[in-house]
Write a protein that binds this ligand. Structure first.
Ligand code: HGY
Ligand code: MN
Ligand code: MN
Ligand code: MN
Length: 409
């Protein structure tokens, strides 16, 4: 098969007719068919599938029957998406991992240790607000009880959704015993910018993930009638929100090029054309080079937002939903991968990324590296996300070469 052929098998799952692209979220209607596809793909390669207690999937290629599940090399990514996301962010790393295993098997490679393909739960945090949910629970980077208390947009708790999916929320939590079975993790991923296209190279490694925080802003004003309330008697949280949007942009621009500030999601409550809103809830995403830089960007942004909120006679609450510290990937592992790839691919740059990944969470407990595949549009988290078929194949070959090097005799 090919990576493109594997992605074609899931091309109809979780399509979002309204937004375009894909909306695939934890335990939604696409979740079970995506998991079934994972199982079928694994079974076709003779891999043994199991799901951990945190809803992550693992497919084991054992060196021989009865071999112990130790010293394994894990590779994979996620199958969920952002709302209206692209076809590659996540699934490329899972499809590419199965394709790499297929290539190794086709070439008669006999692994000296297990190779394990994985798919992690809710990497985007699109339903419950916590990115890399599955790996955070698995490693203990997130506390299980507080994660299970999170609610989705419909007010359903993660615990409830977990139970309704047929899983046991009481079992959720860190599994050091499972993590102890792995010697390394490598994630194949579509690049989420245009760096590789500009450099004219099909694949790279990753040097670092820049830190990333998400905050929920709750701006409260006074709900009232749009026709009878004169302009001098309003406390309109939408007006304050306008100031917040400006503040996020202006503070990030003042800290260019490293800082990024985004509000991509907001709710106007109650949301009527002839109603002055009583509340706006908005989600703010801030990123910069270092953890301290993100904290400082946050402090300055909130100061500006608070001024805009007060000027409108509204009040502000700020809740931190997640913070992902800067990650610097394992230099030694990345150097070994680069050396394994350069004979076929020529120079393989190591590039930093502004996007979060399960590899970042796992890097705290395992030697971890990433391989990026060129994205000709540079677009991601949107339907325009792209990767050429031949570059997806290059990514699978690069991953196969990496696995051959890491799991060989
Ligand atoms: O970078 C992100 O927003 C997510 O972790 N993929
Ligand atoms: Mn993503
Ligand atoms: Mn991703
Ligand atoms: Mn009326």
């Amino acid at each position: 098969m090919t990576v493109a052929g594997r992605l074609a098998e899931i091309a109809d799952l979780g399509r979002d007719a309204e937004r375009g692209g894909y909306s695939r979220h934890l335990f939604d209607a696409s979740d079970a068919p995506l998991r079934a596809w994972f199982g079928t793909s694994a079974a076709a390669l003779g891999l043994q599938v199991d799901e951990d207690l945190d809803a992550n999937l693992w497919a084991w290629w054992m060196p021989q029957p009865g071999a112990v599940r130790q010293n394994a090399i894990a590779t994979g990514s996620h199958l969920d998406s952002v709302p209206g996301g692209g076809a590659f962010d996540g699934p490329l790393g899972v499809a590419g991992a199965f394709e790499a295993v297929a290539q190794l098997q086709g070439g008669g490679f006999a692994p000296a240790r297990p190779i394990v393909v994985c798919a992690f739960a809710e990497e985007e945090g699109s339903r419950f607000g916590l990115p890399c949910l599955g790996t955070r629970l698995l490693t203990g980077a997130a506390d299980a009880a507080s994660a299970l208390a999170r609610v989705d947009a419909a007010g359903v708790t993660l615990a409830q959704a977990w139970r309704e999916s047929g899983r046991d929320p009481a079992q959720v939590g860190p599994d050091p015993e499972r993590l102890g079975r792995f010697a390394a993790f490598v994630e194949l991923h579509v690049e989420q910018g245009r760096d590789l296209e500009d450099r004219g190279v099909p694949v790279s490694t990753a040097s670092a993930i820049i830190p990333h925080g998400r905050w929920r802003l709750e701006i409260t004003g006074e709900g009232n009638h749009a026709g009878t309330t004169t302009m001098d008697r309003r406390a309109d949280p939408v007006v304050a929100f306008g100031g917040a949007v400006q503040a996020v942009r202006e503070v990030a621009v003042s800290r260019m090029p490293a800082s990024r500030g985004t509000i991509g999601k907001a709710q106007i409550i109650p949301g009527g054309t002839n109603v002055i809103a009583s509340r706006v809830v908005a989600w703010m995403d801030l990123r910069a080079s270092t953890d301290d830089d993100v904290r400082e960007q946050h402090a300055r942004t909130i100061e500006r937002i608070r001024a805009a909120v007060q000027a409108e006679g509204c009040t502000l609450e700020v809740h931190e939903e997640s913070f992902s510290a800067r990650v610097d990937f394992d230099d030694a592992l990345t150097a070994r991968i680069t050396a394994a790839l350069e004979p076929e691919f020529g120079p393989v740059p190591a590039i930093p990324t502004g996007a979060g990944h399960d590899a970042g969470i796992l890097s705290a407990v395992l030697p971890t590296a990433m391989i990026f595949v060129r994205n000709p549009t540079g677009v991601s988290h949107a339907p325009g996300e792209d990767a050429r078929d031949e570059d997806c194949e290059a990514g699978a070959r690069a991953l196969a070469a990496t696995l051959r090097m890491l799991a060989g005799p």
